[in-house]
Design a protein around this ligand. Structure first.
Ligand code: PGA
Length: 250
């Protein structure tokens, strides 16, 4: 199994001074040099280059974007292509985050198109899926995850992606999913991956995201079928983010 991935999703946070300061403290941290865990940060587009400069050329902290367009270029005002992210040294791009699905009406078909563009540009798409509270209450959580995954995968399939289970009700609420919820969601997603890829679906990492903090990280990251975390709020503070990375390094 590959290393656990701890990815920080800075969302629309991090003006230049803050972004540079955060990058400096991550670059200086010993855990960032370890080989048991992979650390990535996904700053807003405007901060990717300044953060890349601070992390340095042989950077131990990988970089990602928070979205990209499905087209390689052209008349798409305000958008960013996957190749532009690759130019900046990004390895990852988060796609289909529930905030994009909700605030920008992104569909799973949109996500699939973007994921294909990301793979074409040599990026690893981190494809997010997750049920709402209403869907969970209706007993439909696993059905929703299955449908979102199937419809969000690029034409090339599931090879080369990272998957993130992000229950919408757990994002930014301080209320992480319980170990039982995480086990059942990740188990179901793993079974879907296994059906597509064979080998138990182990070649794709499945991250958990939603109120991951230093005090719950070890419990979550120690669960079967959890291969890392997508961290929002706690990734904006280097101490908390590094504490989560240390929990993954175990
Ligand atoms: P949170 O966000 O850690 O602040 O809950 C996670 C995410 O949205 O990726």
């Amino acid at each position: 199994m590959s290393r656990q991935l701890i990815a920080g999703n800075w969302k629309m946070n991090g003006r230049l001074a803050e972004a540079r300061a955060l990058a400096d403290s991550l670059a200086a941290a010993p855990v960032a040099r370890g080989d048991t865990v992979e650390i990535a940060v996904c700053p807003p587009f405007t901060a990717i280059h300044p953060v890349a400069e601070r992390l340095g050329g042989d950077r131990a902290v990988a970089l990602g974007g928070q979205d990209c367009h499905a087209a390689p270029g052209g008349a798409h005002t305000g958008d960013i292509s996957a190749a532009m992210l690759a130019d900046l040294g990004c390895r990852y791009v988060i796609l289909g985050h529930s905030e994009r699905r909700q605030e920008h009406g992104e569909t799973s078909a949109d996500v699939a198109g973007k994921a294909g563009a990301a793979l074409d540009a040599g990026l690893v798409p981190i494809i997010c899926v997750g049920e709402t509270q209403a869907e969970r209450d209706a007993g439909r959580a696993l059905e929703v995850l299955h449908a979102q995954l199937e419809a969000s995968l690029p034409e090339a399939g599931a090879a080369g992606i990272v998957l993130a289970y992000e229950p919408v009700w757990a994002i930014g609420t301080g209320r992480a999913a319980t170990p039982d919820d995480i086990r059942s969601a990740h188990g179901a997603l793993r079974a879907d991956l296994a059906a597509r890829l064979g080998n138990g679906g182990r070649s794709v990492r499945i991250l958990y995201g939603g109120s991951v903090k230093p005090d719950n990280a070890a419990g979550i990251l120690g669960l079967d079928d959890v291969d890392g975390a997508l961290v929002g709020g706690a990734s904006l503070d280097s101490e908390s983010f590094l504490a989560i990375a240390r929990a993954a390094a175990g």
